[in-house]
Design a protein around this ligand. Structure first.
Ligand code: PLP
Length: 361
């Protein structure tokens, strides 16, 4: 249909985020960093106890039980927790609430591609900061006038983690803007390095810090859409006010209950984390034996390139065989593949197929 140009002037046109494919043909799905394991059995228990009559009423608009459970887990006050429909919703609301300057917000050139989409959606000016040749953030890039800062730690899709001193330096240099640390993958950093890497410990010290987490990766619950933000209660209040000006009932009652059950089963959570980390460590060694070069990923994925075979070749041939991984045609990372860590048997199959492809290439 031909649209009248004057009508078009009144319509917002945006380029949306493109998520990894959700294909039923996928035999092995390693393209969206989902967890290969089911959620805790306590989640199944909660679902069994649900009564259909419960659906008649609106859910708790304040998700009080979930906030309390998360507050206890992090040893914080309930007023320091904001919950949303996946961390994507939490992050979108953070952009709307905290990024309102005429100065550009700053984030890395290679990072979660949704940041750019939200900045465009809300007409927030932004400036990309180029990672160095080893895909590290350069902290001095974030020491200039800006309207706010956001980065994931560990970063995606590189998996590289910056230490807590790095995060603290950025907070110290930017007292007048909000700094958001997206910790979607922090649980996978691991024991020795992991303790003390999360910016959550800095919240009492810095009133400009917001930490965002998700249930989609380490908690095996991508399908229920739960994420949250932690910060001082003042910032959380502003976030709540924006959310309640948009939709009071964002989080449905099933998601609220399921998320609580997941947090309460900490044993299960820790066992699954350990499994993914040990599979990752083993898988990286195997990949490197096949001639891959892999970043030091602390996520539930690896970021890797082969010394001879092109990434697009491997990506397409794997897809032909029903193995889905992720590849971007972006100039700086077009040689790389991002592969989610699945179960050990899934990774074994992938390695066998990769061996065949590399030998015939
Ligand atoms: C997966 C991911 C998210 C979004 O997760 P939700 O499923 O919306 O909770 C946010 N940030 C990063 C860096 C991610 O990788």
């Amino acid at each position: 249909m031909n649209m009248n140009p004057k009508l078009m002037n009144n319509i917002r046109q945006v380029t949306p985020y493109t998520p990894g494919e959700q294909k039923s043909e996928a035999i092995i799905k390693l393209n969206t960093n989902e967890n290969p394991y089911p959620p805790s059995p306590m989640v199944a228990e909660v679902l069994k106890e649900l009564k259909i009559g419960d659906f008649r009423l609106y859910p708790d608009p304040d998700s009080k039980e979930l906030k309390k459970t998360l507050a206890d887990y992090h040893q914080m006050d309930q007023g320091q927790v904001f919950v949303g429909v996946g961390s994507d919703e939490v992050l979108a609301l953070c952009f709307l609430t905290f990024f309102n300057s005429r100065h550009p917000i700053l984030f890395p050139d290679i990072t979660y591609s949704f940041y750019r989409v939200w900045a465009n959606l809300y007409n927030i000016p932004y400036q990309l900061q180029t990672l160095d040749k080893d895909f590290r953030l350069i902290k001095y890039d974030y020491y200039k006038a800006n309207g706010g800062i956001i980065f994931p730690n560990p970063n995606a899709p590189t998996g590289i983690v910056e230490d807590l001193d790095f995060v603290e330096d950025i907070l110290k240099e930017n007292p007048n803007v909000v700094v958001i640390v997206d910790e979607a993958y922090i649980d996978y950093v691991g024991e020795s390095e992991g303790t003390g890497t999360s910016a959550v410990d800095l919240i009492p010290k810095y009133n400009n810090l917001v930490v965002v987490r998700t249930f989609s990766k380490s908690r095996c619950l991508a399908g229920v859409r739960v994420g949250y933000a932690l910060a001082n209660s003042q910032l959380i209040k502003y976030l709540e006010d924006v959310k309640n000006s948009f939709n009071s009932y964002t989080m449905n009652l099933v998601s609220q209950k399921v998320a609580v059950a997941s947090i309460l089963d900490n044993d299960y959570f820790e066992k699954k984390i350990e499994k993914i980390i040990s599979t990752r460590e083993w898988f990286v060694k195997e990949l490197n034996l096949l001639g891959f070069e892999t970043t030091d990923s602390k996520g539930n994925f690896v970021f890797t390139k082969h010394k001879e075979c092109s990434a697009s070749f491997l990506f397409e041939r794997l897809k032909d065989q029903g193995i889905y991984i992720r590849h971007w045609n972006d100039e700086r990372i077009k040689d790389y593949l991002r592969i989610t860590i699945g179960t050990k048997p899934e990774m074994d199959t992938l390695l066998e197929v990769l061996k065949g492809l590399i030998n015939t290439a």
